[in-house]
Design a protein around this ligand. Structure first.
Ligand code: ADP
Length: 544
């Protein structure tokens, strides 16, 4: 056993371990002999453990350990001392004089004399803070891992390059992909194409530090191709210096809620549809009423007019010839025909609903006679107007539905009169094709011809020829803006709405009848100067 003083002197005053280093070292330094008895301790050592030099020097080093560890510490010390190996740094928990515990990291060096280990120099560093910080970090990492892994909601960590780096089990389950697959596919690879942009835009803002978090309802596409709705909440995770590290995404499956919302929206849509249908029915009923009043008014006016005229003639003792009476009876008969036809239509409501096909029964019809009859009828109602019938031939015969055609002509003539409140001439022209006025094209009339009015040129076929009816007035005309829509149901000119009664169904009905005869009807007009309506009908209609 070496003398302690000798060893101290040897170490500290030999020049190998300058005294100033011993005194000022921040690390606690102690010199101990082979049995563990402390030979010398520097100020940092005394400060660390809270002992005075007298309390330590000469005592076993193990007094700095909690009592229960002292025996083990002494045994380990002896083993290290006698082991040929250089001891490695090690951490241990020590107890200070005031009872507080600290964690220290110790390194040991041996002092040798004559090739013999005579003392151990321990250098001890207080690492309590570092260990505590490490522990806290480890704890928070464990906590995060537990939270992340075990969370019942889907979670993902997305890097600043917008690529996912982690995905938890709940997310894998939700999307049907493994974590590796989610990482490989990226955010866009699992997102519904319509929702990619919105999410990426917000994520970029978040990672640029413009947002600290965001929430979004978005759709994902699962591995099996299903659509999953999720409430996505994303928060920014920063490093100690405040730089963005990750976007932490949390996804809550809201597919069931969305389904309920969709069902509710579907119900609302259905309810809306039903309401619209009900309104449509009410509107259709109103429209039906317009049609009824419109289509019944004209024939009843005819009957009233003709019978009134006859009555007046008879009352005043005027002679009524058989021919005149026959003519009047034909008018009444035709009017009754129209009413009957209308009542048939009424019993088949689909025929009355605007746009529904009408029943067309073609018969042999002389357009000239029809035009004269309609003109005469209207002439009897007005003195202000002069109704003229111009015809290219005395007769123009074709196969059409007579009462429907009368309805068309009646509509056009009654409009011409009605919308010429100042009076004037209403010209009804009947002819073929390009016929306008005074122009007499070559025609072949065949059996349905005007009976001898042909100019004798029989070389042209009738198959492509058309009958043309033109009704021209000098009345109010139709504003240019209204003209394109004038044949639509319930459309009325803006210039007449407030001043002349009407239903807006006459022209639409006329067009329907004409088109069902494979013909066409057009209008030209200049406001304030009059209107011209032209009906073109194929001449050879095959009877159905
Ligand atoms: P109604 O005459 O009952 O309003 P119509 O369908 O017969 O319905 O006519 C539709 C609209 O076309 C009329 O409201 C009117 O504005 C315009 N119209 C039809 N014929 C003439 C005409 N000869 N002159 C001026 N406007 C006309």
């Amino acid at each position: 056993m070496h003398n302690i003083d000798t060893m101290t002197t040897t170490l500290l005053e030999s020049g190998t371990f300058p005294h100033v280093v011993w005194q000022t070292s921040a690390d606690a330094l102690a010199l101990s002999d082979s049995q563990g008895t402390v030979v010398a301790a520097n100020p940092a050592y005394l400060h660390l453990y809270g002992y005075t030099e007298d309390e330590v020097v000469g005592e076993n080093f193990a007094i700095i350990f909690p009592e229960e560890y002292r025996a083990i510490a002494i045994a380990q010390y002896r083993q290290i001392f006698s082991s040929p190996h250089t001891p490695v740094p090690f951490e241990s928990v020590i107890r200070c004089k005031d009872g507080s515990e600290r964690v220290v990291e110790s390194r040991a060096e041996f002092i040798e004399q004559d090739g013999q280990r005579v003392a151990m120099l321990s250098s001890i560093r207080d690492v309590t803070e570092r260990v505590r910080q490490g522990e806290a970090l480890r704890r928070s990492e464990v906590l995060f891992r537990h939270t992340f892994e075990g969370a019942p909601v889907g979670m993902a960590l997305v890097g600043v390059d917008l690529k996912p780096v982690r995905a938890n089990e709940a997310l894998c389950k939700l999307l049907g992909y493994s974590e590796e697959e989610i990482i490989a596919r990226g955010v866009a690879g699992v997102t519904h194409p319509d929702d990619v942009q919105a999410d990426l835009r917000l994520a970029q803002q978040l990672l640029r530090g413009e947002l600290s978090s965001y929430a979004l309802e978005k759709r994902y596409i699962t591995a099996s191709g299903d659509i999953v709705w999720a409430q996505l909440s994303v928060a920014l995770v920063k490093d100690q210096d405040g730089n963005p590290l990750y976007a932490l995404s949390m996804l809550e499956d809201i597919t069931a809620r969305k389904k309920i919302e969709d069902e509710r929206a579907g119900l609302l849509a259905k309810e809306h549809e039903a309401r619209m249908l009900a309104e449509e029915v009410i509107r259709a009923q109103g429209e039906l009423l317009s049609l009824v009043t419109h289509d019944l008014r004209n024939p009843t006016t005819v009957i009233k007019g003709v019978t009134g005229l006859l009555q007046r003639q008879l009352t005043h003792g005027k002679e009524v010839t058989a021919d005149q009476l026959t003519g009047k009876l034909i008018m009444i008969n035709n009017a009754v025909d129209r009413i009957e036809r209308f009542l048939v239509d009424l019993s088949r409501p689909q025929h009355l609903h605007p746009g529904q096909p009408l029943l067309i029964t073609p018969e042999r019809v002389d357009l000239v006679a029809l035009a004269r009859r309609v003109a005469q009828l209207h002439q009897e109602q007005t003195k202000q107007h002069n109704l003229m019938v111009e015809t290219q031939t005395p007769q123009l015969v074709g196969y059409w539905d007579p009462s429907r055609l009368e309805q068309v002509l009646d509509n056009l003539v009654s409009n011409a009169v009605k919308y010429s409140p100042e009076g004037g001439t209403v010209r009804i022209s009947i002819g073929y094709d390009e016929y306008t006025s005074g122009d007499m094209p070559d025609v072949e009339m065949g059996d349905e011809s005007a009976g001898g009015e042909s100019n004798g040129n029989h070389s042209r076929s009738m198959s492509n020829r058309h009958a043309v009816i033109i009704v021209q007035d000098e009345g109010m005309g139709i504003p240019a803006n209204d003209l394109p829509d004038i044949f639509e149901w319930y459309r009325r000119g803006t210039n007449v709405r407030a001043i002349i009664r009407g239903t807006g169904v006459g022209l639409a009905g006329a067009r329907q009848i004409v088109e069902q005869h494979s013909g066409s009807i057009t209008a030209s007009s200049s406001e304030g100067a009059g209107s011209t309506f032209t009906v073109v009908l194929p001449l050879q209609l095959v009877a159905e």
